[in-house]
Design a protein around this ligand. Structure first.
Ligand SMILES: [Fe+2]
Length: 374
């Protein structure tokens, strides 16, 4: 058996209401917390006031950095680091969707790094503690050692990695996802689904990660439609939140695959939401991988209660994309042959691509991208 590496937040608490424990967990870690969040959603749902109240009741001071945008930039992390220093915070609370978690983790993990943040930064030192509270069921970033950021100077989007990006505590409260709108529920759910499937079949899959990835896939398959159709369905929200958490734990050990290798350059070039790109690419990449992973996909189809073989998995994904109106016409989105040379090098360099079950070379990518635009 090859080496197995396991990574996660130091402690994980899951369940309706665990957000109310924020102050209790934060108080031993710091005196003043910087809450990193998006510009509006956390305030509009009332969650920001609730989290602030929990911290203050436990004697922890609060500053708020509500500047995280979708597909966040390096510059946002830099502004967050300045806000951290100027307010004298010694703890970060990252609350929101995957973007807010990625930025909060990077602010905390690189808090003591004297250099500017770049896509080549490695969070290998000692940062500040971070508590992560996801409000979408998608990236699993509450338990992963990476932050996906964009360099707006070059348009390049990539993961920075390092153990200092692992939160001290993940508080995964499905009630925080009840206010997530249907489109974000769809895109983040497709990301979680893709992560569960890619972690299941990756070359890094192992006896610890595989059961988590399979259970993630089963929970997401059974609940994604329900969560989109009725956002107030707490059972569906719980299954989605647990599914995305399990997928995050699985990918932190097993890594991902070609969908994620392609999703970053395609997403940043054509300004497409990450989960939407993942969901749209998934059937194409499964088809590409079948010659090397047919039995793994068939096993996964049975584990996810979708049928007997790989065709059942692919048909289910096609039906899901149809129901959720999640397909992308890549030509209409802007993909053209002249762009292939901007997409192929970062895809080949991606750690996700390197863990794809079928080895990938430049000719493969040219053919696959050509098929995407017919
Ligand atoms: Fe993802």
């Amino acid at each position: 058996m090859s080496e197995i590496a396991l990574r996660s937040a130091r402690e994980i608490f899951f369940g309706p209401g665990v957000r109310t424990q924020l102050g209790k967990h934060a108080a031993p870690m710091g005196k003043h917390a910087l809450i990193a969040c998006g510009r509006t959603a956390l305030q509009a749902s009332g969650a920001l006031d609730e989290l602030r109240g929990s911290l203050e009741a436990a004697g922890v001071g609060v500053s708020v950095f509500a500047e995280v945008e979708a597909e966040p930039s390096l510059a946002t992390v830099e502004r967050g680091r300045v806000a951290l220093r100027e307010s004298g915070c010694d703890l970060v609370v990252a609350a929101g969707g995957g973007s807010a978690l990625d930025v909060g983790k990077a602010i905390a993990g690189l808090a003591n790094d004297p250099d500017p943040v770049t896509l080549a930064s490695v969070a290998g030192g000692v940062g500040l503690p971070c508590i992560a509270l996801p409000t979408t069921s998608g990236t699993g970033a509450e338990v992963t050692p990476n932050s996906v950021l964009t360099d707006t100077q070059t348009g390049e989007k990539a993961s920075i990695r390092g153990h200092a990006l692992l939160p001290e505590i993940a508080l995964v409260d499905p009630e925080l996802t009840l206010s997530c709108p249907a489109d974000q529920t769809t895109w983040s759910g497709l990301d979680a689904l893709t992560q569960a499937i890619e972690a299941s079949v990756s070359t890094g899959a192992n006896p610890v990660s595989a059961p988590m990835a399979e259970e993630a896939g089963r929970r997401i398959a059974g609940s994604l439609r329900h969560a989109v159709q009725d956002g107030s369905n707490l059972q569906a929200r719980e299954d989605m939140a647990l599914g995305s958490l399990l997928a995050g734990l699985a990918l932190a050990s097993a890594r991902l695959g070609l969908v994620h290798g392609l999703a970053h350059p395609l997403g940043s070039l054509y300004h497409l939401p990450h989960g939407r790109v993942c969901g749209a690419l998934l059937p194409w990449v499964i088809d590409f991988n079948l010659s090397h992973a047919e039995a793994k996909y068939a096993y996964l189809a049975r584990g996810m209660d979708l049928g007997r073989d790989e065709d059942d998995l692919v048909n289910w994904i096609d039906d899901l994309a149809d129901d959720l109106d999640a397909e992308i016409d890549f030509a209409e989105a802007g993909l053209k042959r002249e762009d292939f040379d901007r997409i192929i090098p970062p895809t080949l360099a991606s750690g996700s691509t390197k863990h794809n079950p079928r080895p990938v070379d430049e000719a493969d990518l040219r053919e696959l991208l050509g098929r995407l635009i017919g």
